[in-house]
Design a protein around this ligand. Sequence first.
Ligand code: NDP
Length: 414
Amino acid sequence: MPKRRVPVAQINIVVMTAIVYYLYFGIAFNGASLLPRSGSDWSGFFAAVVPSGTAFLVCVGWFAFQAALERLLPARIVQGTPLPDGSRLSYRINGALAMAVSLGAVLLGYRAGRLPLAWLHAQFGALLSAATIFSFSLALFLWWWGIHRPGGPSKRSGSFVREYFYGTALNPRTPPVTGFDWKFFCECRPGLIGWLVLDFGMAAAQYQQYGEVSLAMWAVIVLQVVYVANNFWNEALLLQTIDIQQERFGWMLVFGDLVLVPMTYCLQAFYLIDHFRDASPLWVGGVVAFNGVGYAIFVGANRQKHRFKRDPDNCRIWGKPAESLETQRGTRLLVSGYWGLARHMNYLGDWMIALSWGLLTGFGSFIPYFYPAWFALLLLTRERRDDRWCSQKYGADWGRYKARVRWRIIPGVY
Ligand code: NDP
């Protein structure tokens, strides 16, 4: 009897969408509790998630504004990593400037009384539905474009849902090759900068309701702005990530970038609106220090690999010449610094940062911890996937590397 394939794509689409909506229900209509309880306001929730014309305008306008900044602001042109056919694509790197212009414009508009930022909190449900419909539609366009655009390899699986979910093209661009890069743009711009604007909206809502912005709210916002700014500061490094190099651009990344990231990463700020006395200054200070350690690991590990890849012969790590393993593939694998302690310590640092944002909210609700919990799962599966890819790429050399660097993510533990 033929084996029935588990409908992974279908399950993921339903589950991921449901999770995002449920978290909103939990935080706004269920007293920040995860499990439904007697006072749950389901009817309020269903009324709130009806998308409005204004919410659509805001979503589409924001996307278009970010696209205009990407096209029009001065940019550094950087070559991507080689594609399977050996060619390279050029990318416009101007995310840091786009972030500064966007946040500056938003804050100026708020100060001038033109942008009622607290609206983002009040209309969060309508925005969530508008962004969801937008991302489902964009993924449909990308599926079609991946198949019909002239040139470039498209992956066909014969199943519409699988193609829709995983995408058909690796680097869909309009026009092809030289034009607007949908994946690189969506991976960074509208979602990441939009997340910070949503954070600002939560702070504005707190200010509107209580006449102050709490220390924990400031800390969450500052740490998240620093995280996103660091991302854009190192924007060219994103070209080396698995998403850009290996993943086709379909629903999975589109929904992640445009809905899941902005609408769930702002949940700590959302929670803090009404729980601003939970965290003492001492606690906030301790959590910021913990975040700093995570940062040092995250940025340090990524930089070490990047410096090594750029110039393996002259790279020094922690004061000593970098140690590496030669591979049949012609490239070398770094085995000193963070990369000698575990194979993915960059994931550990990134996760500590995510956890610190949750810790700033105290322990009153699981919902602000959704991001670190989900991120842990994502990083664990990502590490396994990268391990599989690397064993295919490097063959026996990967085995030698694993024998030398035993731990996957946390030295001595995992
Ligand atoms: P990595 O940056 O760890 O890249 C993995 C690749 O690096 C491998 O495929 C391999 O590719 C190369 N590599 C692995 N080990 C070595 C070594 N010892 N020496 C030299 N090269 C090596 O993975 P990601 O792209 O997943 O992550 C990049 C960053 O993005 C991470 O810091 C991660 O935490 C972050 N991230 C953040 C997410 C978020 O939502 N906030 C989501 C996912 C990632 P090759 O040899 O072909 O170069």
